[in-house]
Write a protein that binds this ligand. Structure first.
Ligand SMILES: C[S@@+](CC[C@H](N)C(=O)[O-])C[C@H]1O[C@@H](n2cnc3c(N)ncnc32)[C@H](O)[C@@H]1O
Length: 447
C-alpha cells in the first residue's frame, strides 16, 4: 500500500518536471529566454493572444504541484492556508491607492516613506501590505524599505485591463463572499434561484439595492467603464483569445456577438478576419459605449460597413436572423437555468439549418470518472492527477462561485449545457478545449 502511494508521488514529480519543461520551451520559442519572477517588465509571451500550449502545461503543473503539496504537507498547514490568505485585501489596497502606478515611475525602487506620502497612506502599514505581496513575487523589496514593481505587480496598474477585473473582485466580490453562509440560511434566499436573491443583493440590501447586476450598472458610468475594461482583462486572464486562433473563422461569413459588451471579443475578431460581417448586440447604454470604443479603436471596420450594432434584450428579443455563428462569451453562466434556456431559445428561433451557437465560458468537470457520461474532453490528465486536473481547473470552479455570488447563477458541466441546449431545441456538436474556458458548439436538433 505504502509502495503504491510512493509510486503516485513519484508520478506527480514526473508530471511537475515535464510540464515545467514544456512551459520553459514555450517561453524559449519566442527567442527571449525564460521570465524571472522579479523582472520589472513583461515577457513578450505575456502579451500575445495565443498562449494555449503554455496554458496546457500550466494546467498540469498547477494540478500536480498542489496535489503533491497537499499530500506531503501536514493537513493543518494546508487547510489553514486556504483561509489564511489576505492577498486579496492587500491587492485591494494597492489598486485603490494606485501604488503600482507610482512605483512604475521608479523602476529602481522607491522608499516606502516617499511612496506612502505619494498615495497618502501610513508608511509602516504600506510596508506591511507590500511585504506580504512580495513573498509571492508581486512587488519586490530591493533594499530595506525600498520597493519596486515586478512583472506580477504591473498587472495592478490602473491602466491594466486585467487589473480592472482584479479590482472588481478584491473590492466587491469579497463582500458578496462574506455573506455566503448567511444567504444559505436566510429563509428568503436559502432555496431561491432568482437573480435578485444573489449574495450580492443580500450584501447590499441594507443600502436599498435591488435588481440584477446590469441594472445596478445602468446609471453608474464609472463602474460600467471598469467592468467593460475588466472583460477585456478577463479574456487575457482566461486565455479566451485562443478562440480567435483555434476556431475555423475562415469558413464563416457572419457572426453575432450576443451580449457583446463593448467588443472584447468581436473587435480583435474583426481585425484578424477582415472578411467577417459582425453584429454586436447588447443593452442600449452598452451599444452606445461600444460604438464609441469601435470608433476610437477600429474605425476602419465600421467605415467599410462590416460591423453593426443592434440594441436588444436577450431575455425578451430574438437576435438578428440568419447568421452563421451566434457567439455567447461569458453569458450563459450569468443566468439561472430558466433564463439561460430562454436566451438559447430566442437564438434558436432565428437560426438557419447551418447556423451554429458557440457558448464560450468555463466548463466544470467532475473529479471522479462517471461511467456512461461523455466528457468529450480532448485532454485527460495522467494518473494520479484527478480526472478534472484538480487545482489545474481552479479558475473554472472559482468562476462558478463568482457567478453564484453576483447572479445566483453558475458555471455548468457539459451535460448541464447539453440539457439546456436540448430544452431550446439545440444539439451539442463539438467541444473546443482552451484550458480555462471551452467553446461548445451547438446546431439545431433534428427531430
Ligand atoms: C459578462 S458580460 C460579457 C460581455 C462579453 N460577451 C465578453 O465576454 O466580454 C455580460 C454582458 O451581458 C449584457 N447583458 C446583461 N443583461 C442583458 C440583457 N437583458 N440583454 C442584453 N444584454 C445583456 C451586459 O451588458 C454585458 O455586456
Amino acid at each position: 500500500m505504502s509502495d503504491l502511494n510512493e509510486i503516485k508521488l513519484e508520478a506527480l514529480l514526473d508530471i511537475i518536471n515535464s510540464s515545467a519543461r514544456q512551459a520553459i520551451a514555450e517561453y524559449k520559442k519566442t527567442g527571449h529566454g525564460v521570465p524571472s519572477t522579479d523582472s520589472s517588465t513583461f515577457h513578450p509571451l505575456d502579451l500575445i493572444s495565443d498562449t494555449l500550449a503554455l496554458r496546457k502545461a500550466i494546467r498540469l503543473l498547477e494540478g500536480s504541484y498542489q496535489q503533491l503539496c497537499s499530500t506531503l504537507a501536514p493537513p493543518q498547514h494546508t487547510v489553514f492556508s486556504f483561509v489564511h490568505n489576505y492577498n486579496w485585501a492587500c491587492i485591494d489596497v494597492v489598486m485603490r491607492a494606485r501604488i503600482a502606478d507610482v512605483l512604475d515611475r521608479h523602476p529602481d525602487g522607491l522608499s516606502v516613506d516617499k511612496l506612502a506620502d505619494a498615495v497618502n497612506l501610513d508608511k509602516s502599514k504600506t510596508a506591511h501590505v507590500l511585504r506580504a505581496l512580495s513573498v509571492v513575487g508581486c512587488f519586490k523589496e530591493v533594499a530595506r524599505d525600498i520597493f519596486a514593481n515586478t512583472r506580477l505587480s504591473l498587472i495592478l496598474k490602473s491602466t491594466n485591463d486585467a487589473g480592472c477585473i482584479t479590482r472588481i473582485h478584491s473590492q466587491y466580490f469579497s463582500k458578496y463572499a462574506g455573506v455566503l453562509y448567511e444567504t444559505m440560511t436566510d429563509p428568503e434566499y436559502a432555496r431561491s434561484y432568482e437573480v435578485d436573491k444573489a449574495p450580492r443583493v443580500f450584501a447590499f440590501r441594507k443600502d436599498g439595492m435591488e435588481g440584477n447586476y446590469w441594472e445596478m450598472m445602468r446609471n453608474d458610468d464609472e463602474s460600467r467603464d471598469i467592468f467593460h475594461r475588466g472583460m477585456i482583462g478577463h479574456s487575457e486572464i482566461m486565455g479566451a483569445s485562443a478562440v480567435l486562433h483555434h476556431y475555423p473563422w475562415d469558413k464563416v461569413s457572419s457572426v453575432v456577438d450576443i451580449a457583446s459588451g463593448i467588443g472584447a471579443f468581436s473587435m480583435p475578431l474583426a481585425k484578424m478576419f477582415p472578411h467577417l460581417r459582425i453584429t454586436n448586440q447588447d443593452l442600449p447604454e452598452i451599444m452606445k459605449e461600444a460604438q464609441n470604443a469601435w470608433q476610437k479603436n477600429a474605425s476602419e471596420s465600421i467605415l467599410n460597413g462590416r460591423i453593426e450594432f443592434v440594441v436588444f434584450d436577450l431575455l425578451e428579443d430574438v437576435p438578428v436572423a440568419g447568421k452563421d455563428v451566434y457567439y455567447l462569451r461569458n453569458i450563459i453562466h450569468d443566468w439561472p437555468d430558466a433564463e439561460a434556456t430562454k436566451i438559447l431559445h430566442n437564438i434558436r428561433k432565428v437560426m438557419e439549418p447551418s447556423s451554429r451557437v458557440l457558448i464560450h465560458e468555463c466548463v466544470l468537470f467532475h473529479a471522479f470518472q462517471e461511467p456512461g457520461v461523455e466528457t468529450k474532453r480532448s485532454s485527460i490528465p495522467p494518473e494520479p492527477m484527478l480526472p478534472n486536473f484538480g487545482a489545474g481547473s481552479y479558475n473554472a470552479f472559482q468562476q462558478d462561485l463568482c457567478m453564484w455570488l453576483a447572479h445566483n447563477a453558475k458555471a455548468r458541466t457539459l451535460d448541464e449545457l447539453k440539457t439546456i441546449g436540448a430544452a431550446a431545441g439545440l444539439v451539442l456538436t463539438r467541444v473546443h478545449d482552451f484550458v480555462d474556458t471551452m467553446a461548445i458548439e451547438f446546431m439545431i436538433a433534428q427531430n
